[in-house]
Structures are given as C-alpha cells and as structure tokens.
Design a protein. Structure first.
Length: 221
C-alpha cells in the first residue's frame, strides 16, 4: 500500500514542545502528566518501583539504575523519583529527541527539576553502550518492544511507537549485556501472559492486570 508523505513520521516544534507527527498521530514527551504517579504515596504502589526495590542500602550510597530501553522515559522517571540515578539508553533518534526535549522542559518545572537531574540520556544502542559503562548499576531495567497486534484500537502513542520500532529481535544479546554489568538485579517488563525475555526464568515476578515485571536477582553485593 502506498504511504502518503504526510504519514511519514517527522519532528515538529509546537508550543507544547517537540512533537513527532505522522498523519493523525502525534507523540510528545511529557513528564508533567506523570506528576500524580510521582507523589510518595502513589510511587510506593507502582509495580516497577516494587520490582526494582533494593534492600540494605548503605548510608549515603547512590543507587544506580540503567534503563536500556528508555522510550519516552516514563518508567525511568518512576525509578528516579524512587531514589535511583538513572542512565537511559534510547537508540531511535526521533524518540531520543522527544525524550531530550521532555527532560529539558521538565527541568524548569518545580516538582520535576530535582528528579530529572538524576536522569541522564545516552543516545545509542544499549547492547554496545552497556559494555562501555564504568560502573556496576544496582538495577538494569529492560522494556523492549513486544510483538503487538497492530490494531486500530491500540493507543495512538503505541501505534506510533510500533511504526518506528520493530519487536526486539536480539533478546539474548540485550539480556546478556545487562547481566554482564553485574547488577544486583535485572527487571524485565512483559505483557502479563507474554513469554520470558530470551526464555530466562526469573527469580520472581510482580504481576499487575496487564503487565508483569520479571525480576532476575543476581549478586547480593
Ligand atoms: C516499549 S519502549 C519503552 C517504553 C519505556 N519503558 C517508557 O516508559 O516510555 C522500547 C524503547 O526501547 C528502545 N530500544 C529498544 N532496543 C534498544 C536498544 N538495544 N538500545 C537502545 N534503545 C532500545 C526503542 O527504540 C523504544 O523506544
């Protein structure tokens, strides 16, 4: 089927911020919409925060997380608000541009400025990028695109993500690169009934209504 030029994803500067536009679909990074979920009482109920929780933290210790599949950084900001310094990798240049713009705008918002100051974006592939990190993070978080039905009912945001990103084809390499960092644990987001990433059996899983967080506990350190 022929695709109209207007359907090709392109970046546009709008009064709200940098937007990715394709036909009727529009995607913008926006951390202010996350504010209700970042309040302390709400944050403690977030399944990702529970899954990434590190027990026995030493006084003055900086907890570090690597988000190897950052997307628009919504999961990363949950980790940052719960006390992690987060290094985010995003390899798609259009998504990375949206994320960088969202971080910049959030840095001027009173309730978000400190949180996003603990989030650092690395534009590029995390499989090679993780190998170059000079620290061992406490947590590595993986949320690669899952093969999903390209239905008209899928959320507009998801549809646009699906246009840019194919389902992860190198699950083994991604998991191997995460484990090679010697983290205390690797947390993997999966659809509730989806298969485990690279078939790796988790130590335990935290389940919600539609998603599941598989936790692979590695070294206690
Ligand atoms: C499902 S989305 C992640 C959504 C994200 N958890 C959030 O909260 O917005 C997956 C993202 O990971 C990125 N990605 C997938 N594999 C990657 C890799 N090897 N290195 C860097 N980015 C990757 C994709 O471009 C996509 O933006």
């Amino acid at each position: 089927m022929r695709r109209d030029a207007a359907d090709e994803p392109r970046l546009e500067t709008t009064p709200e911020g940098l937007s990715l536009v394709a036909g009727e679909m529009r995607l913008i990074g926006d951390f202010t919409s996350m504010l209700p979920r970042l309040k302390p009482h709400a944050l403690g109920r977030e399944l990702l925060v529970k899954a990434a929780k590190i027990r026995h933290v030493e006084e003055g210790q900086t907890l570090r997380a690597v988000d190897a599949t950052a997307g628009l950084g919504e999961d990363s900001i949950l980790l940052a608000a719960s006390g992690f310094h987060v290094t985010m990798f995003e390899h798609d240049p259009l998504i990375a541009a949206l994320l960088r713009d969202a971080l910049e705008r959030a840095s001027h918002v009173e309730e978000l400025g400190v949180i996003v100051s603990h989030m650092e974006l690395v534009e590029g592939d995390s499989i090679s990028g993780m190998a170059s990190l000079d620290f061992a993070p406490d947590v590595v978080y993986l949320d690669p695109m899952f093969p999903a039905k390209r239905s008209a009912s899928a959320k507009k945001k998801l549809q646009l993500f699906q246009r840019l990103e194919s389902p992860c084809s190198d699950e083994e390499a991604l998991l191997e690169a995460a484990l090679a960092l010697d983290p205390r644990k690797v947390v993997v987001k999966r659809p509730l009934k989806g298969p485990q990433l690279a078939g790796a059996k988790p130590s335990h899983a935290i389940k919600g209504k539609t998603v599941r967080y598989d936790c692979i506990v590695c070294s206690p350190r």
